[in-house]
Design a protein around this ligand. Structure first.
Ligand SMILES: [Fe+2]
Ligand SMILES: [Fe+2]
Length: 391
């Protein structure tokens, strides 16, 4: 869409795009959960059927911007965007209908319009509409251009990738893939409106544009956090139901994995690290048993080595199978040998050191099955190795 962009606009546009790229929204727990394959089809169904409220109303947001726009050329451009939103000649394929069909086909929710839209879902849309109606043209266009349309491809690709990994065929996800392709063009038109309205004096309006972009991204960040919090609550509810049911949640015969041999390491490798310069060397194996909350692991540390200092949401009870060493929890040192227990509370920095002359083997019983309901437990910041997840 070079017709909308001269090179001056392009240069300025890129500076705003890098402002967008640095926004905290990209650390939203909903995206982290999508990337870590933590969401089920039902979770996506909830998120996307709530998002339908926004999608169904989107042409109202475009129209609000159009109302602010005194340049008839740009109003014609915006009508073009509206025309695409409306499915062009084929109203059946208007974008809101594409999403209706996706919600019905992929998630089996028959009447998306009858969704119980949350107050925060309606509130998010109304906040956007109010801003576009009441802001000046530059702010409104920045809000809807860089701050909204410009980020749609990146946001939808999180959902698209997560859903295809769950086995949903790409043709069912037309609503998402279409916007991953066309919203860049839509945002260029709107960004050109903002830049033109600055009359080549972008410096004066710089702050206003950044504030508008930030406002849009912050509203959406908050909204997606609210959606994610509800997903967390749903997972916990499920767990609470199983606890309060007063009867087993599944037939024993249907529960595989009632047995694993620790000595033979009948589990799956979870993580390991060798950083000889820091004396770090260890390996963790997770045992796949049919437990809901308790997640048992084997930690092995060679003679003279330690694991990294780290912390996480789950608590652990260590049972030393063989060898001896020191469990460092915060400033405390717990000396342990075969047969001893040590307790590591949640979120305390800790590491374990093999001080004996045989390999140190520790069975760690964690409550990760509980803490994994929370996004914080999937953040990648608690180990020295940035690629390791704090599991
Ligand atoms: Fe659309
Ligand atoms: Fe740990």
């Amino acid at each position: 869409m070079s017709k909308h962009k001269n090179s001056h606009h392009q240069r300025i546009g890129e500076r705003f795009e890098s402002f967008v790229a640095k926004h905290p929204i990209w650390n939203n727990p909903l995206f982290i959960a999508c990337n870590n394959n933590k969401l089920s089809l039902e979770d996506y169904g909830f998120v996307i059927s709530q998002h339908f409220y926004y999608s169904r109303g989107f042409t109202r947001l475009l129209s609000a911007l159009m109302m602010q726009c005194d340049n008839d050329y740009y109003r014609a451009e915006l009508s073009h965007n509206l025309w695409e939103e409306a499915g062009e000649e084929d109203q059946e394929n208007c974008h809101s209908n594409l999403l209706r069909r996706m919600i019905t086909n992929t998630f089996g929710l028959d009447n998306p319009d009858a969704t119980e839209f949350r107050d925060y879902t309606v509130g998010y849309f109304n906040d956007c509409l109010d801003y576009l109606k009441n802001g000046d043209l530059i702010r409104a266009a920045a809000f809807l251009g860089w701050g909204t349309e410009g980020v749609v491809p990146r946001i939808y690709s999180h959902f698209f990738n997560g859903l295809t990994k769950l086995g949903v065929p790409e043709e069912e996800l037309l609503y998402l893939s279409l916007h991953m392709e066309c919203d860049d063009e839509h945002s260029e038109v709107i960004e050109a409106i903002a830049l033109d309205a600055c009359n080549d004096d972008t410096e004066t309006h710089w702050l206003a544009i950044e504030e508008a972009i930030d406002h849009s991204l912050t509203l959406r960040d908050r909204y997606f956090r609210q959606l994610y919090e509800e997903l967390e609550a749903r997972q916990l509810k499920q767990l609470v139901k199983q606890v309060t049911n007063e009867k087993p949640y599944a037939d024993l015969a249907q529960l595989n994995d009632l047995y694993a041999n620790v000595a033979n390491k009948q589990g799956v490798p979870l993580y390991k690290n060798d950083a000889q310069d820091q004396n770090v060397s260890f390996e963790v194996t997770r045992f796949k048993v049919a437990s809901e909350v308790i997640d048992p692991r084997l930690l092995e540390i060679p003679v003279g080595k330690r694991n990294e200092k780290h912390r996480h949401a789950h608590e652990s009870v260590f049972y030393v199978l063989s060898g001896s060493g020191i469990v460092h929890v915060d400033e405390q040192e717990i000396k342990v040998a075969a047969g001893d227990l040590a307790y590591v509370p949640r979120w305390y920095d800790h590491y374990t050191q093999n001080t004996g002359d045989t390999p140190l083997k520790v069975l760690a019983l964690t409550d990760y099955g509980f803490t994994r309901c929370f996004a914080k437990n999937t953040e990648r910041s608690y180990r020295q190795q940035p690629d390791n997840v704090a599991v």
